[in-house]
Design a protein around this ligand. Structure first.
Ligand SMILES: [Fe+2]
Length: 169
């Protein structure tokens, strides 16, 4: 999937990569880039509230945010996390970290579903939407996603290049 919000191209990464050790890092970097671009677009929507809002952008964001976040998280877990587990099969701290990251994915996917509904109402010019609440929800989501990505980048990337047996974070 490739998509655009506010002129930015967003989308999911290619579904598979080779077994080269560089590929999981490269795939993850691209997935993070797409999620950060989504965050920037959602921040622009939040900044446009209540009077400068683009209804078409909101309607489009409502349609793509859920599938995009779910697809990218599924790719991370299926491709990157599985690749890490293979390389640290007996490291319980690595496994615990991956479980924590998966839990955060789950939380963000639930949050994205709530945003889908709210963005849909904004896109449909539903005047019952409270702009302050909408802005709070948007900022909560993209702040969380950015924080998750920073944490994931710090932990996963360093873990992948470290030798087995060292502390991952
Ligand atoms: Fe993640």
């Amino acid at each position: 999937m490739r998509a655009k919000i506010n002129g930015r191209t967003l989308g999911t990464r290619p579904p598979a990569f080779t077994e080269s050790p560089v590929e999981p890092l490269s795939w993850l970097a691209g997935a993070h880039q797409d999620q950060l671009a989504l965050c920037d677009s959602l921040e622009a929507i939040a900044d446009s509230l209540p009077d400068e809002i683009n209804r078409g952008t909101c309607a489009y964001a409502a349609k793509m945010i859920g599938p995009m976040i779910r697809d990218l998280h599924a790719g991370e877990e299926r491709l990157v996390f599985a690749w890490i587990k293979q390389r640290f099969p007996d490291d319980t701290s690595v496994h615990a970290l991956l479980e924590r990251l998966k839990y955060e994915h789950c939380e963000d996917e639930c949050f994205a579903e709530e945003l889908t509904e709210m963005l849909g109402h904004l896109g449909a010019a539903d005047r019952t939407v409270n702009a302050e609440t909408a802005g709070y929800m948007l900022r909560g989501f993209f702040t969380n996603v950015r924080r998750h990505i920073r944490f994931e980048q710090e932990c996963l990337r360093s873990m992948l290049v470290r030798r087995s047996g060292e502390t991952p974070c």
